[in-house]
Design a protein around this ligand. Structure first.
Ligand code: FES
Length: 104
């Protein structure tokens, strides 16, 4: 497992927002909840390869911009079809205003 790395500044993401984050030839999505909790998932929808961070974020869910499938971004659980495979999740935290993620 790699150590913690910086994904972005916390203020680079609005509350109830998401941002794409690329590292080492992989793409991820980082999320900021309405109460400033942070989360990280794989970046591509498990239905088709669409960047999930471009979707609508609300009430701990992200809606895929292509076919409106939805995931719980805290757990990666697929919540609404068409996707039926969960997103992988990664530890995330805030340190001195920076969003840090642990990719493995
Ligand atoms: S590509 Fe995401 S729901 Fe189809």
């Amino acid at each position: 497992m790699t150590g913690w790395i910086r994904a972005c500044g916390l203020d680079d993401i609005e509350q109830e927002g998401a941002r794409r984050f690329d590292n080492d030839c992989k793409t991820y999505a980082v999320f900021r909840s309405a109460i400033d909790e942070v989360f990280c998932t794989d970046g591509l929808c498990t239905h088709e390869a669409v960047h999930i961070a471009d979707g609508l974020v609300m009430d701990y869910e992200v809606e895929c911009p292509k076919h409106a499938g939805a995931f719980d971004y805290r757990t990666g659980a697929a919540k609404r079809l068409p996707p039926c495979i969960n997103l992988k999740t990664y530890p995330a935290k805030v340190e001195a205003g920076e969003m840090m993620v642990a990719l493995r």
